[in-house]
Design a protein around this ligand. Structure first.
Ligand code: FE
Length: 207
């Protein structure tokens, strides 16, 4: 079985936002999909380690803002590489719009937003799959949606190239966010401290 077959599945990228007790939070996900049109229903799988997961589970409301090819890497750092448990990700971030369900849409580096209310959820172990009905949405920009591959090739800074670091040093690079783990072997149960993705999303590079 060639696990690299999964690399051929294309993904969009989204800022997923929720709100509780007046506090807004958001994270980056690649798992939003429309599943029915009548009624208009979407799904999103969120890693349980994300603070936003808990807010969606409790409040049953979220907005998915569709990241476009105009997005800057700073958007990914703000929403993907830190935890809402520790920081207010919306501090000094004016590019937002409050949508009909009370959560925030991100209006910079995005081309649309979809707000929804959860009607069902399924426990998938590391993630929860939320099924939700759309209650508000709008188009924000005409830039194409950023795919995960576009992010890797055009938005994410390139890792230090071979020859620039100490010769022979082995690093494991997170294919999602670029975090580098130094060491010959990456533990099987390793989780990226930045984006929470598992060891299977790391790539071994000998510099
Ligand atoms: Fe990562």
């Amino acid at each position: 079985m060639n696990k690299k077959a999964m690399y051929s599945v294309s993904y969009g990228l989204y800022v997923l936002t929720a709100q509780k007790d007046g506090r807004d939070c958001g994270c980056i996900v690649n798992t939003v999909g429309q599943v029915t049109t009548e009624p208009n229903q979407i799904t999103v799988a969120i890693n349980k380690l994300n603070y936003t997961h808990d807010l969606v589970a409790e409040t049953k409301r979220f907005t998915a803002s569709v990241i476009s090819e105009r997005a800057d890497f700073s958007l990914f750092k703000r929403f993907g590489f830190q935890s809402g448990r520790d920081v207010d990700k919306f501090a000094d971030f004016p590019s937002v719009k409050r949508t009909a369900n009370g959560t925030l849409a991100v209006t910079e580096g995005t081309n649309a937003y979809i707000s929804a209310e959860v009607i069902s959820q399924i426990d998938l172990g590391t993630h929860t799959l939320f099924i939700a009905k759309v209650v508000d949405m709008d188009v924000l920009d005409d830039a194409p949606s950023a795919t995960y591959n576009y992010y890797l090739n055009n938005i994410k800074p390139k890792p230090e190239s071979a020859g620039k670091g100490p010769v022979g040093k082995t690093v494991w690079i997170c294919r999602i966010c670029g975090y580098q783990y130094e060491g010959e072997e990456l533990p099987d149960d390793f989780t990226c401290p930045l984006c929470k993705h598992p060891a299977s999303d790391f790539e071994k590079v000998v510099l």
